[in-house]
Design a protein around this ligand. Structure first.
Ligand code: KIV
Ligand code: ZN
Length: 508
C-alpha cells in the first residue's frame, strides 16, 4: 500500500508551553487550538493534564471545542496521570493519550533508578491500562535517540503488543545528527517485528539546531508522523518547527514524495498568533515566517526577481500566507468598502461595529502614515481584539524628552467612564510613561522584558511593542502598536494591565 501521508502532531500547547516564559492563558490556548484545527493539524497535544488544574481544564476546554483534529494529553506511566488524560479528553470527538517513560541508560541509572525489565513492565502495564479505556495510544521512550538499540527494539515491540498504535522516538536532548537519527528509524523498521501495527513518529529538539533536519531524516527512513510546534517554540532551544518541516516536504516533494494535510496559507497568521500569546518575537531571518524570509535586498537579486521570480524564490510568499507587499492598495483616501475587502483578502471578517472601529483607527493611521501595509491592518485588528475587554484605555499622551532635559510624560487614561491625567518623569521616556500610567491604574507592574519591532518598512512604520510584566506575582504579556514608539509602549503596558484585570475578574 502506498503510504505517502505524513501526519502532523502539534505540541505547541504542551512542549511549546514548556519553553521558559511561554505560559499562555486558557483563552489563548483555545484560540490557538482553533487555528491549529483550521490549519489541518492531525493531532493537537493540548497539555499535560495531571500537572495542574489549569492544564487539566485547558485540555478539557480544547477537547470540548475541537471537532476535526485528534485531541491528545500527555501522561507518565502512572495510573493517576492516565486517568487525568482520559477524563480531560473525554468530550473530544477524536482522542488520543500520549504515554512516556525514559529508556536510556543515563535516565534509568540516575533519574528512575530502575532496571530495563522494570521499565518494560511499567510501560506495558500503562499501555494496557490505557488501552482498556481508549483506542488511540501513543507511547514515547523518552531519550530514545540515546537508548541502546536492542533495548529500544524490545520495549517498542512490547508496547505495540500491549496496544500502542503510535510509537514516538524522541531526541529529547537534541543530541542526534540527521544521519544517526535516520538510522535509528530505519533500524526500528527492520528490527521491531510488529512495527507494521503502529505509526512511527519523530520528536526532535533543537539544541544543536538540527531538529528539522533530524525530523526530515526520520521521515525519509519510514516515520509517518512528525511532532513539532509553531515557530519551533519548546523546552530549551525548542522543538522542530512545523512550518519548516511542512514547507520542506511540500517544496521538495520531488525529493521526499510525501504530503501532509496542512493548509500552508495559514502559517503566517498562526505564527503571529503564537508569537502574540507567548511574547516570543519571531526573528526576521526565521525560515518561512520571518519578516525577511521573502524580502530581497541586493540589487542583483531584485533584478533577477523582476525578470523571473524563481531565480531567487523557491516558494511563493502567498503559499504561507505572507501578506503581499505589492498590495499597497490602501491609503488615506481609501473608503470603508476597500478597507473591508482588503481585510477579507487577509481572511479577517469583522462584525459591523468592530469594522467601524477598525476603520476609524485605520483612518487615524492613514493620516500619520502614507502607505498602509497588510501587516498594519493585521496589527490594527489584533490591537482592537485586545481592547474588547478593556478596563483602561489610553486617551492622550504627551511625551517630552531631549539630550539635556529630564524625560516627562503626561498620560490621560479613561476608566469606567472617567478620565484621569497624570504626569511623571523617569529614566527615559518609556520609564516616565509607565510611572504615569501606574499612578492612574494603581497597579504596580514590574517590567521583565521589553521588545520593539517595526511591523512594516519605512521611517513611518507602525512599531509594535511587546512587553512581559509581573503584576501581583502573575506574568502577563502586553502588546501595542503605533507609529509613535512611546505611544506603542503605553498601549502595551495598558494592554497587559487590562489582561491582568480581566484574568483576576475571571477567577473571582
Ligand atoms: O522531548 C521529549 O522526550 C518529550 C516527551 C514527553 C515525548 O517531550
Ligand atoms: Zn519534547
Amino acid at each position: 500500500m502506498k503510504n505517502d501521508k505524513v501526519l502532523i502532531f502539534d505540541t505547541t500547547l504542551r512542549d511549546g508551553e514548556q519553553a521558559p516564559g511561554a505560559t499562555m492563558s486558557p483563552e489563548e490556548k483555545l484560540e490557538i487550538a482553533f487555528s491549529l484545527e483550521r490549519l489541518g493539524v492531525d493531532i493537537i497535544e493540548a497539555g499535560f493534564p495531571v500537572s495542574s488544574k489549569g492544564d487539566f481544564d485547558s485540555v478539557a476546554n480544547v477537547a470540548r471545542h475541537i471537532k476535526n483534529s485528534y485531541v491528545c494529553g500527555l501522561a507518565r506511566c502512572i495510573t493517576k496521570d492516565i486517568d487525568a488524560v482520559i477524563e480531560s479528553v473525554r468530550p473530544a470527538k477524536h482522542k488520543r493519550i500520549h504515554i512516556f517513560l525514559a529508556t536510556s541508560k543515563i535516565h534509568l541509572q540516575h533519574k528512575l533508578k530502575k532496571s530495563q525489565d522494570e521499565i518494560v513492565s511499567m510501560a506495558v502495564d500503562a499501555v494496557k491500562y490505557a488501552r482498556k479505556r481508549m483506542d488511540n495510544i501513543e507511547f514515547s521512550p523518552e531519550d530514545a535517540s540515546r537508548t541502546e538499540k536492542e533495548f529500544l527494539y524490545r520495549i517498542l515491540e512490547a508496547v505495540i503488543k500491549a496496544g500502542a498504535t503510535t510509537v514516538n522516538i524522541p531526541d529529547t536532548v537534541g543530541y542526534s545528527t540527521p544521519h544517526e537519527y535516520g538510522t535509528v528509524i530505519a533500524g526500528i523498521c527492520m528490527n521491531v517485528p510488529n512495527i507494521g501495527k503502529a505509526v512511527i513518529s519523530t520528536h526532535c529538539h533543537d539544541d544543536l539546531g538540527l531538529a528539522v533536519a533530524n525530523s526530515l531524516a526520520g521521515v525519509q527512513n519510514g516515520a509517518r508522523q512528525v511532532e513539532c510546534t509553531i515557530n519551533g517554540i519548546g523546552e530549551r532551544a525548542g522543538n522542530a518547527s512545523m512550518e519548516e518541516i511542512v514547507m520542506g516536504l511540500q517544496t521538495r516533494s520531488d525529493f521526499y514524495g510525501l504530503t501532509t494535510n496542512i493548509k500552508t496559507k495559514e502559517f503566517y497568521r498562526i505564527s503571529r498568533m503564537v508569537s502574540k500569546a507567548t511574547g516570543f518575537i519571531v526573528p526576521p531571518n526565521k525560515a518561512i515566517i520571518g519578516a525577511n524570509a521573502f524580502r530581497h535586498e541586493s540589487g542583483i537579486h531584485q533584478d533577477g526577481i523582476l525578470k523571473e521570480r524563481r531565480t531567487y524564490e523557491i516558494m511563493n510568499p502567498e503559499d504561507v500566507g505572507v501578506p503581499s507587499h505589492e498590495g499597497l492598495v490602501l491609503g488615506k483616501h481609501s473608503g470603508r468598502h476597500a478597507f473591508r475587502d482588503r481585510l477579507k483578502g487577509l481572511g479577517i471578517e469583522l462584525p459591523e461595529v468592530d469594522l467601524d472601529k477598525a476603520f476609524a483607527r485605520f483612518k487615524d493611521l492613514a493620516d500619520k502614515k502614507k502607505e498602509i501595509y497588510d501587516e498594519d491592518l493585521v496589527a490594527i485588528v489584533e490591537d482592537q481584539g485586545h481592547l474588547a475587554h478593556v478596563a483602561f484605555s489610553l486617551v492622550d499622551l504627551i511625551s517630552t524628552s531631549g539630550t539635556n532635559i529630564a524625560p516627562q510624560v503626561v498620560v490621560t487614561i479613561a476608566h469606567k467612564g472617567k478620565k484621569q491625567t497624570q504626569k511623571s518623569t523617569g529614566d527615559g521616556p518609556v520609564d516616565a510613561c509607565y510611572k504615569a500610567i501606574e499612578s492612574v491604574t494603581k497597579l504596580k507592574a514590574d517590567l521583565l522584558d521589553y521588545g520593539i519591532k517595526a511591523v512594516t518598512q519605512g521611517k513611518d512604520a507602525l512599531g509594535e511593542v511587546t512587553i512581559k510584566v509581573a503584576i501581583e506575582g502573575e506574568t502577563v504579556i502586553g502588546r501595542g502598536a503605533s507609529t509613535d514608539i512611546i505611544e506603542a509602549s503605553a498601549k502595551a503596558y495598558i494592554n497587559a494591565i487590562n489582561k491582568f484585570v480581566a484574568q483576576k475578574n475571571l477567577k473571582k
